[in-house]
Design a binder for this molecule. Structure first.
Ligand code: ATP
Ligand code: MG
Length: 437
């Protein structure tokens, strides 16, 4: 086995590695070349957790639709221009499957002309060297790295380097990506790339970013673990005004985003969250109606995204009521509520709820009950006599988890803490009666 295949197996989650295997089978059956690329390679080599898998195939991936469906994948969205499809696999694994392509930009900031290409050309038309590494998943060259721009060297140096001199002219949204990756990875920006960035700014290339590209970047920002740090860096770089001039001042809700960043650090790194509604709730908090609608237009946010944002508050309030119920006596009851709750609602309460009991209960869930539930393995369930894969299995596992949670020794109640600071938002106002512990 090549070093890289070994690294893949040890770095990816079991579920992700299974998806890599599925994809290999699908590509082999279709007789097309498949590579692991982009962020997945960068993060694996840089020692970061791999959030989603980026695959590139030397064909139009939409042709693989049937086989993907059979493997249990659902298409979340498709990009017809770039011939890319975003997929969700069972077990919560997310992946992008894109056609190996070359992009040419006849007009700065305009839509690229996309043509099918071999993997080498595809890698050379990407943004930064650290994002332009591929790993062959094909039988004849399995585990062979392809790194035409020496991205591995830049990962070792911890440097972000643009691949082309005119990279920021071709696609000015890469300027936003540059700052986001700088914060996310903690890498420095190579000197020459810095100059290219400054030149492109001077040439007013920022004005050429399309609303579609601004929206796509906002979705990436929303999903960043260090969301507050990224927004702060965009403010310092005077880039945040691209979304709304109102965000250039105190209306950028950094306090709210810091709470969100902290909440994300409390939750496990693979905690599933639908990021946009909560992100927009925090972003919109200090804006008036006019500023909000200008931002929605500037980033071409969808009706669906706005609706989900508007529904978020009521749903979070309901969860808050359930969580402060005096009927919640046992850890197993709390676990059952929170394991089912959408991640964004749980994080929303961590940001906004002024109920101490609710905050403590969520903290207990992440700090104690969720880790304890993971101690029950499939092998333990199988050893109790229930065959894996049978309909009874999931139920038997849940039963064992609940029993384990309630069997844990009770800790003495913590010392009462001083009252919380005044609520930050209208959402937090109107504390209900304090439920008993
Ligand atoms: P993340 O972990 O946020 O998904 P990522 O690097 O995978 O990071 P994506 O936006 O998913 O980022 O894109 C996948 C890959 O596609 C990138 O690694 C990069 O190689 C390429 N790419 C994405 N956007 C651009 C762009 N605007 N210009 C050039 N290449 C891009
Ligand atoms: Mg990605």
């Amino acid at each position: 086995m090549s070093d890289y295949m070994f690294m893949l197996e040890s770095h990816l989650s079991t579920e992700q590695f299974r998806v890599v295997g599925e994809m290999q089978k699908i590509a082999a059956a279709a007789g097309v070349n498949l590579f692991l690329t982009g962020g997945a390679m960068r993060d694996m080599l840089g020692g970061f957790p791999v959030r989603d898998l980026d695959f590139t195939v030397e064909t139009n991936p939409l042709k693989l639709g049937k086989a993907l469906e059979k493997a249990g994948a659902t298409a979340v969205s498709t990009d017809d221009l770039r011939k890319a499809v975003e997929l969700r696999f069972p077990g919560g694994v997310t992946a992008e499957l894109a056609m190996a392509r070359q992009e040419r930009y006849p007009k700065p900031g305009g839509r690229p002309q996309v043509t099918p290409a071999a993997i080498h050309e595809d890698l050379r038309s990407r943004d930064f060297t650290v994002n332009a590494i591929a790993l062959s998943l094909n039988r004849a060259s399995l585990g062979l790295p392809i790194d035409p721009t020496n991205g591995v060297g830049d990962i070792e140096r911890k440097e972000l380097r643009a691949i082309h001199n005119y990279s920021f002219y071709d696609d000015p949204s890469r300027m936003l990506r540059l700052i986001r990756f700088k914060i996310r990875l903690g890498y420095a920006i190579d000197e020459r790339t810095k100059l290219q960035y400054e030149n492109a700014r001077e040439a007013e290339m920022l004005t050429k970013i399309s609303p579609e590209a601004l929206g796509a970047e906002l979705r990436h920002i929303a999903a960043e673990p260090l969301v507050a740090d990224v927004l702060k860096a965009l403010e310092e770089e005077k880039l945040i005004g691209l979304y709304s001039p109102a965000l250039e001042g105190p209306k950028l809700n950094l306090g709210g985003f810091q709470k969100l960043q902290k909440a994300r650090q409390t939750a496990p790194s693979d905690y599933r969250v639908h990021a946009m509604p909560l992100f927009l709730t925090i972003l919109f908090e200090k804006l008036n109606a006019k500023e909000k609608s200008a931002l929605i237009k500037a980033a071409e946010l969808s009706r669906q995204e706005i609706n989900a944002t508007q529904k978020m508050e009521a749903a979070a309030k309901k969860l808050e009521r359930d969580l402060k119920s005096a009927k919640l006596q046992k850890p197993s009851q709390l676990y059952q509520i929170l394991i089912k709750a959408p991640g964004e609602l749980v994080l929303c309460l961590m940001v906004y709820s002024d109920q101490r009991l609710v905050q403590d209960r969520i903290k207990n869930y992440f700090g104690k009950y969720l880790p304890a539930s993971l101690e029950i393995t499939d092998e333990m369930v199988a050893a109790s006599g229930v065959a894996p894969g049978t309909p009874k299995f999931a139920g038997a596992k849940e039963k064992m988890i609940l029993a384990r949670l309630d069997a844990r020794p009770k800790k003495p109640a913590p010392e009462p803490e001083p009252p919380p600071p005044p609520p930050m938002s209208s959402f937090a106002r109107g504390p209900g009666p304090r439920a008993p512990r």
